[in-house]
Design a protein around this ligand. Structure first.
Ligand SMILES: [Cu+2]
Length: 414
C-alpha cells in the first residue's frame, strides 16, 4: 500500500460518497427474498443462513483484525498484463489479463484463513481488484479513489484480508469497470466452508465454475487503444510530480467534492459523458456472450454420470442478466451469493443477474447430451449468428450404456 499512499496529501481528501454509492447491488435483495420464501428446514447445518435474524450478516471474524504472528497466510501473486485472447476461432481480442488468462485464475481458500494478494500492474492503465461478496476491511475493497489509489504502471498493491463468508464469490477490476471487465479482468474466488451443508444434502465429487459475461469486441478494441494511448502519454509526462498533480484533477476528471466538480463545470469543464476525450461516448453493444471467456462451440462441456450429483457455480460477472436453462432436467438452486438457501428450490431456468452468484446441483437422472444455455435468444449468438454464445452441454459419460443414440456434431451455422 505504501507506494499508493505516497502521493500528495491534498489529493487524498477526494469525496468518497460518489464512488461508494457504486458498491451497492441488487444481489442481496434477491437472495433475501429467496431465503424468506421457504421455511427454514432442510439445511439445518447452517442455521445462520436460514432464519430471519438481523445478526446473521455480521462477519464471523471482525474484518479489521490483522493476522497474528504464526497464523497461516495464503499468498497469491496476480500480474496484470495485455494478452491476446481468442473467444472463438477467427475472433481474437486484446485483453487485460490477470496472470495471462481470460478470465483470471480461480482462487480457493478455506473459510476464515488469511489471504494476501500481491497485485502488480504491468500496463499503463490504472487498475484495482475488488473482492466481490467478501467481507474485507474497507481499505482492501478495491474501489479506486473510494478506498485506495488506483494501481499504476509497475506498482504493486498488497490486498490482505480474511476469507469470509464461505461460498461462491468473484473478483474484478473496479477501475473503468465497464471496459476492464469486458477486457477480461474478472475471476472466481471460492471460499470453502468448514462444513458444507450442500455437500451433506447432495453428496458430490465433481464441480464446475461458470463465469458468465459478454463483450462488445469493437468497443473494447477502440477504447483500449484510445485509453492506452492517453495513459502512455501521461506516463511519459509523469517525470514531473507537479504535472501529475495537475493532470490528476484536470485530465482524469477527479474532484475534491461535488462543489469542486460543479465549479469546474461552471468554468468550462466538459464531463466525459457529455463529450468524451477518448473515442465515441456510447454504451456497449454486446456481440459475444461467454462462459469462462469462450463462446459456443468452444465452451467446455459439463461431464456427469448417471446417478451422480454435480455442483455448478454460476457467476454473473458481466453487465447483463442471463437465464441459464437446462434441457431434460430439473436442478436444485442451493446457494445464492454464497449463502446456502433455507430450502433448495427446484427449477429448470435460473436467472443470473450481474453481480450475483448462484450454485446449483444437477442430478444425473436422464442419460444423454443436453443443452445448457442462456435462454435469452440474443445471448446464444456469435456476432449475431446462431448458434453460439452462452451455451454449453451436459454430457453423460455413460450415455452409451443406456442406448442413447444422437448425432455428435459441432454446429457453427444453422
Ligand atoms: Cu482495470
Amino acid at each position: 500500500m505504501a507506494d499508493n499512499e505516497k502521493r500528495d496529501k491534498d489529493e487524498s481528501h477526494l469525496s468518497r460518497r460518489g464512488f461508494m454509492s457504486l458498491a451497492g447491488t441488487s444481489g442481496a435483495a434477491i437472495g433475501a427474498s429467496m431465503l424468506l420464501s421457504r421455511s427454514p428446514t432442510a439445511l439445518a447445518a447452517e442455521p445462520r443462513a436460514t432464519t430471519f435474524d438481523p445478526g446473521t450478516t455480521t462477519p464471523d471474524y471482525p474484518p479489521r483484525q490483522l493476522p497474528k504472528p504464526g497464523e497461516k497466510i495464503h499468498e497469491f501473486d496476480i500480474d496484470l498484463a495485455i494478452s491476446v485472447h481468442e473467444i472463438v476461432p477467427g475472433v481474437e481480442m486484446h485483453a487485460f489479463t490477470y496472470n495471462g488468462t481470460y478470465p483470471g485464475p480461480e482462487f480457493r481458500v478455506p473459510e476464515g484463513d488469511w489471504v494476501q494478494v500481491n497485485f502488480t500492474n504491468r500496463t499503463s492503465e490504472l487498475h484495482t481488484i475488488h473482492w466481490h461478496g467478501v467481507q474485507v476491511p474497507c481499505e482492501m475493497d478495491g474501489v479506486p479513489l473510494g478506498t485506495q489509489w488506483p494501481v499504476g504502471l509497475g506498482q504493486t498493491f498488497k490486498y490482505l484480508f480474511r476469507a469470509q463468508p464461505a461460498g461462491t464469490h468473484f473478483y474484478h477490476c473496479h477501475n473503468m469497470t465497464t471496459l476492464h471487465v469486458q477486457a477480461g479482468m474478472f475471476g472466481a474466488f471460492i471460499i470453502e466452508p468448514k462444513v458444507d451443508p450442500v455437500k451433506k444434502l447432495f453428496p458430490y465429487e465433481r464441480e464446475y465454475t461458470l463465469l458468465l459475461s459478454e463483450v462488445d469486441t469493437h468497443l473494447v478494441q477502440t477504447q483500449m487503444n484510445d485509453m492506452l494511448k492517453m495513459m502512455g502519454q501521461m506516463t511519459a509526462m509523469n517525470q514531473s510530480a507537479k504535472l501529475m498533480k495537475e493532470m490528476n484533477g484536470r485530465m482524469m476528471g477527479w474532484f475534491q467534492d461535488k462543489n469542486a466538480f460543479l465549479n469546474a463545470v461552471k468554468s468550462g469543464y466538459i464531463p466525459p459523458y457529455v463529450s468524451s476525450r477518448v473515442g465515441a461516448a456510447k454504451p456497449p453493444s454486446f456481440n459475444f456472450f461467454m462462459i469462462n471467456g469462450k463462446s459456443f462451440p468452444m465452451t467446455d462441456a459439463l461431464s456427469i454420470r448417471s446417478g451422480e450429483n454435480i455442483r455448478v457455480r454460476l457467476v454473473g460477472a458481466g453487465a447483463m442478466p442471463h437465464y441459464m436453462h437446462l434441457h431434460g432436467h430439473d436442478f436444485w438452486h442451493v446457494c445464492q451469493d454464497g449463502s446456502p438457501l433455507a430450502n433448495p428450490v427446484k427449477m429448470n431456468t435460473i436467472p443470473i443477474f450481474p453481480g450475483t452468484t448462484s450454485d446449483i446441483i444437477i442430478q444425473g437422472t436422464n442419460p444423454g447430451m443436453w443443452h445448457f444455455h442462456d435462454h435469452s435468444d440474443l445471448s446464444t449468438t456469435n456476432n449475431g449468428q446462431f448458434p453460439g454464445g452462452m451455451m454449453t452441454m451436459l454430457m453423460y459419460e455413460d450415455a452409451d450404456k443406456y442406448g442413447v443414440k444422437v448425432p455428435n456434431v459441432i454446429q457453427v451455422s444453422s
